[in-house]
Design a protein around this ligand. Structure first.
Ligand code: CO
Length: 209
């Protein structure tokens, strides 16, 4: 049987199970969305944001890409960010990386992988920034995981450097930005950083409104 048929059958069963619990479930859900979080995560199939946070449809607005990057020329991401911040007015943005990330692993390798090199390049830049600390780490696994953490922190910084965030902070003192890492071995999320609106921003990246 075509494996996608299984997904369609599972979908029917899922929709029915929701209706069994609450007959209004879909008519309520269809009206509007009012999510509290924007999730920026890795595309990795093992890190499904709703599942690992036990969240329901409607709670998390999502952008996922390889290695959860915030790239300031990525029109796809910037559109998601702008909509989440300005229209949905989410109070929280979560950037969630995960240990043993394939994208981060690729950044530590000298091999060229084709087009994706240009995306992974952003992580190589982060490696270069933290080269001294990373070179101290002996085990390859630890080195990857340390770079996973630095990568999240760098993406938090990239987010703070957008005019979208700085304008929202100026106008409504929101959203808060959180940097997390998910551990595939334990299923647990570790909080690396949590940033309140209005923190000091270096002058080169600071906009005035
Ligand atoms: Co990943």
């Amino acid at each position: 049987m075509d494996r996608t048929k299984k997904l369609l059958l599972e979908n029917k069963a899922w929709a029915q199970s929701r209706i069994d619990i609450n007959p209004e479930y879909f008519s309520d859900m269809a009206k509007d969305q009012n999510p509290e979080y924007l999730w920026v995560g890795c595309s990795d199939s093992r890190v499904p944001e709703s599942e690992i946070t036990n969240s329901n449809p409607g709670q998390i607005f999502v952008h996922r890409n390889i290695a959860n990057l915030v790239v300031n020329t990525d029109i796809n991401f910037l559109s998601v960010l702008s909509y989440a911040v300005n229209t949905l007015q989410v109070p929280h943005i979560i950037i969630c990386g995960h240990y043993n990330c394939g994208g981060v692993r690729a950044a530590l390798s000298p091999n060229s992988l084709g087009l994706i090199d240009n995306w992974i390049r952003n992580i190589k830049d982060t490696y270069q920034i933290h080269k001294l600390e990373l070179e101290q780490v002996q085990s390859e696994k630890e080195k990857i995981n340390k770079l996973v953490e630095y990568n999240v922190l760098e993406q938090v910084k990239n987010l703070v450097h957008t005019a979208i965030i700085q304008k929202a902070w100026h106008e409504r003192h929101a959203p808060r930005i959180h940097g997390w890492v998910y551990d595939l071995d334990s299923g647990l999320i570790k909080e690396l950083v949590s940033i309140k609106p209005g923190i000091e921003i270096d002058s080169a990246h600071r906009y005035e409104f």
